[in-house]
Design a protein around this ligand. Structure first.
Ligand SMILES: *Cc1c(COP(=O)(O)O)cnc(C)c1O
Length: 414
């Protein structure tokens, strides 16, 4: 995005503002979809809503032919509101409430069961309502995805999924098979996010396909789909990333190698989130003040970990630039405006001479940016803007001070 556009956005809508590039989102969708479909026509792409749940973004991705991977009743609501078909939605989560399960049943979407206890709750609700749903089970493949611990989800110690060990997962399928209210449709795994090494992914998928084989040979279960989750990493700094072509190649090769043994061709579901939106978003902030201390130089901006939590939460690196300026003269820390010493958005960055009032862009902020934002320190939520071919559109108004009291009630006698 050119500096003219960014300046105009800041003038019109203020800062901090998330700015997304529609073209880039569509390109990313196309890239991953093509790479899979040319190798394995029975692939279905499910966009992971938690990466960015703005309705305009969800609509773009839906129009590119994606289904939805949702992890809460709220995200399920968003997918339905976006217009994703029921058959294109899978509901995952390790702690779905009875209320959320009832919502999923009423909506007729795929329920991805995470535990035996959840299966129990689901069975009870279905019996009472005399309803039938399609299910899959999330498997815990017990591999180390070699990514940040906070985004590793397929470790054997992880809270997610049913273990293959001791036949826990196999027994769950055997039990579900006996229940007339359940239609077993698939199996699922998701080993983690920002994966930059394909080896653990392959290791996990091998285990999953071995399991699919056992489901067929021992229980006579044929699956409609095998869902391999998301996790494809993107380049934030200098990571060697896996290209969508290699990702698709690697997965479909394993699928093909099992096709004969399994004796049927299951659908392949993939759930990219970050890959679709990360590099399509910039967080635009303004330098409020520059502070040179005897030890460090700070650029204090009007965003913080309330706006973008990734640096504080995952020690994530985001490239920073000063709008309309180039070169790297001085080393700065880009500090957020929250009263927290951990509120540093970027550390030790060589930037051009930054002045009060300059616009600062934080790159690759389209995924897990706004969707993880909060109003901590009573900072209203940022605005979101979509840059389209020949126009700029506001897709979320900036939060107001009044919004900070949303749904609050003060007892009358106080
Ligand atoms: C978060 C999540 C994804 C998406 O992960 P990315 O790393 O953003 O691709 C996919 N599936 C499930 C179940 C998830 O929880």
């Amino acid at each position: 995005m050119d500096s003219g556009t960014l300046k105009k956005i800041a003038e019109t809508y203020g800062t901090p503002t998330y700015v997304y590039d529609e073209e880039r989102i569509r390109e990313n969708c196309g890239k991953i979809k093509r790479e899979f479909e040319k190798r394995y026509p029975r692939t279905r792409l499910m966009y992971a809503y938690k990466a960015n749940t703005n309705l305009a973004i969800c609509r773009i991705v839906k129009n590119e032919g994606f289904g939805a991977d949702v992890v809460s009743g709220g995200e399920l609501h968003a997918a339905l509101k976006t217009g994703v078909s029921r058959s294109g939605i899978i509901f995952t989560g390790n702690g779905k409430s009875a209320k959320e399960l009832e919502f999923a049943i009423a909506s007729g979407v795929m329920i991805n069961v995470d535990s035996l206890d959840e299966l129990d709750t689901l069975e009870k609700i279905l019996k009472k309502k005399n309803k039938k749903v399609k299910i899959s089970f999330r498997i815990n493949p017990s591999v180390n995805p070699k990514t940040h611990p906070k985004i590793s989800t397929g470790l054997r110690e992880s809270k997610f999924g049913l273990h293959l060990q001791d036949d826990v997962a196999l027994d769950a399928y055997a039990r579900a098979k006996k229940n007339k209210n359940l239609e077993i449709a698939g199996v699922h795994m998701h080993i983690g996010s920002q994966i930059t090494d394909i080896t653990p992914f392959e290791e996990a998928l091998e285990k999953l396909m071995q399991f699919v084989l056992r489901l067929k040979s021992e229980l006579g279960i044929k699956l409609k789909f095998v869902d391999v989750g998301g996790g494809l990493g993107v380049r934030y700094k200098d990571e060697k990333v896996v290209s969508p072509g290699n990702f698709a190649g690697s997965i479909t090769k394993i699928f093909d190698s099992y096709a004969k043994k399994i004796g049927y061709t299951p659908g392949l579901w993939v759930e990219p989130g970050r890959f679709i939106v990360a590099d399509a978003g910039i967080l635009l902030a303004r330098a409020i003040s520059i502070k040179k201390t005897p030890y460090r130089n700070f650029v204090n901006v009007d965003a913080g970990f309330n706006t973008l939590i990734r640096p504080a939460m995952y020690d994530a690196y985001h490239e920073v630039f000063v709008v309309g300026k180039s070169g790297g003269k001085r080393t700065y820390d880009v500090a957020g405006n929250l009263c927290e010493s951990g509120d540093i958005l970027a550390k030790d960055r060589k930037l051009p001479d930054v002045r009060r009032g300059d616009l600062v862009g934080i790159m690759n902020a389209g995924a897990y940016g706004f969707s993880m934002a909060s109003a901590y320190n009573s900072q209203p939520l940022p605005a979101e803007v979509l840059v389209r071919k020949n126009r700029i559109e506001l897709i979320r108004e900036r939060g107001s001070y009044e919004d900070l009291y949303f749904k609050q009630k003060v007892p009358k006698d106080l």
